[in-house]
Design a binder for this molecule. Structure first.
Ligand SMILES: [Zn+2]
Length: 180
């Protein structure tokens, strides 16, 4: 199994609409091989997160990897974290709106309102169950990637079609504009 055996699945492909199934945590051998492929494609495309359905693998796995980069210059830095069978809990009642992009939706940005923080129960790469509190940008990445596990993308989450813009307009008119 090597990265070139896979590709980033894009919007309209039915594989992005599948609901992912749980990973068998008793044997993580194949899950960890998929994790390497996910990491490869995330790095290759400069993403800050990726979920297994995005490489056509319908398993409940994702990597979140908040870091400053060309697409998200203000992101806090964290080591890439593999999350297996993640379960969001205690979603905060405070919501924030943020423009999101997606490796599976090239050329488009969408303004999406999501809870500001949450707790996540998940299995790590050693098969250990963990509970982690996420807030701000890492929480945002998690919720975006979690959507991929239930067959959704940010396009499904915008409040109105006017909250979808091209990457060019986003770069030239939205991030260039002063914050309100
Ligand atoms: Zn995405």
């Amino acid at each position: 199994m090597k990265p070139d055996d896979f590709e980033i699945v894009e919007l309209g492909d039915p594989r992005l609409r599948q609901v992912a199934r749980a990973v068998d945590v008793a044997d993580l051998t194949s899950a960890l091989a998929y994790a390497d492929i996910l990491q490869y494609w995330m790095d290759q495309r400069g993403g800050v997160g990726i979920a297994a359905p995005q490489i056509g693998v319908p398993l409940q796995m994702m990597i979140i990897a908040s870091r400053p980069n060309a697409r998200y210059p203000d992101a806090p830095a964290m080591a890439p974290l593999l999350m297996i069978n993640p379960e969001p809990q205690n979603l905060s009642e405070t919501h924030t709106a943020l423009w999101e992009g997606c490796l599976s939706v090239p050329g488009l940005r969408g303004k999406v309102t999501r809870p500001e923080g949450l707790d996540v129960r998940f299995y790590d790469r050693t098969g250990q169950s963990r509970l982690l509190e996420l807030t701000g940008f890492p929480a945002r990445i998690f919720l975006h990637e979690y959507d991929h596990l239930i067959g959704k993308t940010f396009v499904d989450r915008v409040a109105s079609p006017q909250d979808l813009v091209s990457e060019k307009v986003y770069l030239q008119q939205i991030i260039a504009a002063p914050s309100p």
